[in-house]
Design a protein around this ligand. Structure first.
Ligand code: HXC
Length: 260
């Protein structure tokens, strides 16, 4: 395990929660190329590993991530970033099939905020701050800050953040629908683990279907989305876990899910 910029652990009573901790403390977890490659390779590993049912992405108590590494980007020119598809490998996380929770304490700025938004659920510590300050650097968000944020908190709040570079508190982010719940900073990780354990106790296959269906809603018209949802709903009837879930309810016992 030769990870330079991440700490990977397994959490929960059943050790079935994969925890990825961003760990470049000297530069506030600036997301350099190497770090993102490491995140991608850990996600590849977690996706294949049947003992991992849910993943948490977090930073330190002070910072989730202060964005892409500005020192790494500083001297690049248009040809290099365009021909080299600069930062295109960032989208891996949005294609991850298992549930992934972002637990955000401190700054989630620029690429840091975008990374959190590529996760499925965002929990935040009460001192977290979200923002897309790229405009201050003379550039714009490049990994979803003008797209996922707009779809999440709407055009007008997104305009305020992206055009001014101002930050949004955890409390405002919760009101706006970006953050699900806010906790005291020291309780954040435990709360994320509790949620992850609940999700991890359910059918991994059916959880994946639910995630796929929700994500499809962002791409499809209502009718297409409803059709897609119905197909997946019908497909749950091809799983053992659906039979088991309903049988357990009727027999008044806890379900034992086995599909992988
Ligand atoms: C490289 C960074 C960095 C970053 C901080 N550091 N953010 N290095 N890239 N994004 C480094 C600083 O240079 C400094 O190094 C050390 O971390 C501590 O940072 P300070 O600024 O001294 O800390 P503080 O005063 O507490 O301010 C915290 C902060 C500020 C408000 C978060 O660091 C900040 O504004 N950072 C940049 C945020 C940003 O603009 N993010 C967007 C990046 S663009 P030294 O060596 O001096 O100690 C982006 C595009 C994404 O993300 C596109 C994706 C496709």
């Amino acid at each position: 395990n030769d990870l330079k910029h991440l700490i990977v652990e397994f959490k929960g009573d059943k050790s079935n929660i994969g925890l990825i901790r961003l760990n470049r403390p000297k530069v506030l977890n600036a997301l350099c190329d190497d770090l993102m490659n490491e995140v991608n390779s850990v996600l590849d590993r977690f996706e294949k590993d049947p003992s991992v049912n849910c993943v948490i992405l977090t930073g330190s108590d002070k910072v989730f991530a202060a964005g892409a590494d500005i020192k790494e980007m500083k001297n690049l020119d248009f040809k290099q970033v365009y021909k080299g598809s600069f930062l295109s490998h960032w989208s891996r996380i949005a294609k991850f099939k298992k549930p992934i929770i972002a637990a955000v304490n401190g700054f989630a700025l620029g690429g840091g905020c975008e990374l959190a938004m590529m996760c499925d659920i965002i929990y935040a510590g009460s001192k977290a701050q979200f923002g897309q300050p790229e405009i201050i650097l003379g550039t714009i968000p490049g990994a979803g800050g003008t797209q996922r944020l707009t779809k999440t908190i709407g055009k007008y709040k997104t305009m305020e953040l992206v055009l001014s570079g101002r930050r949004m508190s955890a409390q405002d982010a919760e009101k706006a629908g970006l953050v699900c719940k806010v906790f005291p900073p020291e309780e954040l990780l435990n709360e994320a683990i509790k949620l992850a354990e609940t999700i991890a106790s359910l059918s991994p296959m059916v959880v994946q279907m639910a995630k796929e269906s929700i994500n499809a809603s962002l791409e499809l018209s209502l009718n297409e989305g409803l059709h897609f949802e119905k197909l997946l709903f019908h497909q749950t009837f091809a799983t053992e876990d659906r039979k088991e879930g309903m049988a357990a309810f009727v027999e008044k016992r806890p379900p034992k899910f086995t599909d992988q």
